[in-house]
Design a protein around this ligand. Structure first.
Ligand SMILES: NC(=O)c1ccc[n+]([C@@H]2O[C@H](COP(=O)([O-])OP(=O)(O)OC[C@H]3O[C@@H](n4cnc5c(N)ncnc54)[C@H](O)[C@@H]3O)[C@@H](O)[C@H]2O)c1
Length: 248
């Protein structure tokens, strides 16, 4: 996943909460991994976890994890580690997950249908509250309990439902127009699945998901491993090293 970065992290401007940490983008990207690992550990009944244990569960190295968590003011206790519940609370606070965010989905084709039915959003603090499409034949269709509405209703519904995040799953050719509608409706965070770059005002954050790009990056690593194996002495990369290189 990549980010089109505009403007500053919320909370950094004048009048911001002074305690809000200034986090590097790479750290922000790893926090959800730590959170997922912590939830899994919590489900096993663990009260504390060492930095090495959490790093292994999250698939990063422990020095990087300690540095990331130090940005949150979380250093763990020597010989004990990190308190699992406390660290979950800290990360959820920083990611703003202590409030449930309303999400709308635009484009109810193959991908949109799959996303609309994905239970994982709700369990991670996001509720899909509205579905939109431009195709009249889809309007009124019920998908996982929600009606598909016409895109022309987005402005009104965005205000009524307090939509915070818009997900675009339309063809690339329609994505900019959809982004404009979302922005006009006051939505300031967009997750874009369409393979194109969006032009948005500086106060709008855009994250782009493109599985083809991820596959191309993996292809690079396959290529690199093959060329290393072909070297005299047959050097090859480690599995852990590859995971980090791809994920960072
Ligand atoms: N990011 C990824 O990894 C990934 C993976 C698969 C597909 N995609 C992309 O996701 C998008 C959707 O793919 P799909 O296979 O679901 O396509 P699809 O053609 O099945 O569905 C697209 C939907 O968007 C709707 N639409 C078109 N213009 C619109 C507009 N202006 N406003 C609202 N709705 C509009 C169409 O009516 C249709 O229902 C494409 O851009 C595709 O390239 C991305």
């Amino acid at each position: 996943m990549s980010q089109q970065r505009h403007g500053s992290t919320p909370g950094h401007g004048a009048g911001a909460v002074p305690a809000f940490p200034d986090l590097p983008e790479a750290t922000i990207a790893r926090l959800p991994e730590y959170l997922r690992a912590l939830h899994n550990l919590g489900e096993t009944g663990a009260d504390t976890v060492s930095s090495e244990g959490l790093a292994a569960a999250a698939g990063v190295n422990s020095a990087k994890l300690r540095k990331d968590l130090s940005h949150l003011g979380s250093y763990g206790t020597r010989g004990v580690g990190y308190d699992v519940t406390l660290l979950i609370e800290q990360i959820e606070y920083v990611l703003g997950l202590d409030q449930r965010r309303a999400v709308c989905l635009v484009g109810l084709g193959n991908l949109g249908h799959a996303l609309a039915g994905y239970d994982g959003f709700a369990s991670r603090g996001f509720k899909i509250v509205a579905l939109f499409d431009a195709d009249e034949s889809k309007v009124g269709e019920i998908i996982h309990g929600l009606p598909v509405r016409h895109i022309s209703d987005l402005g009104r519904v965005a205000v009524e439902e307090k939509i915070a995040i818009g997900v675009i799953a339309t063809p690339a050719g329609a994505a900019q127009a959809v982004a404009d509608v979302l922005v006009d409706a006051g939505v300031t965070s967009i997750l874009n699945f369409a393979p194109c770059v969006l032009s948005v005002p500086s106060n709008v954050d855009v994250r782009k998901v493109d599985l083809a790009i991820e596959l191309q990056i993996l292809s690079f690593h396959e290529h690199r491993k093959a060329s290393l194996t072909a070297l005299p002495g047959g050097r090859s990369a480690t599995t852990a090293g590859d995971q980090e290189a791809v994920g960072s």
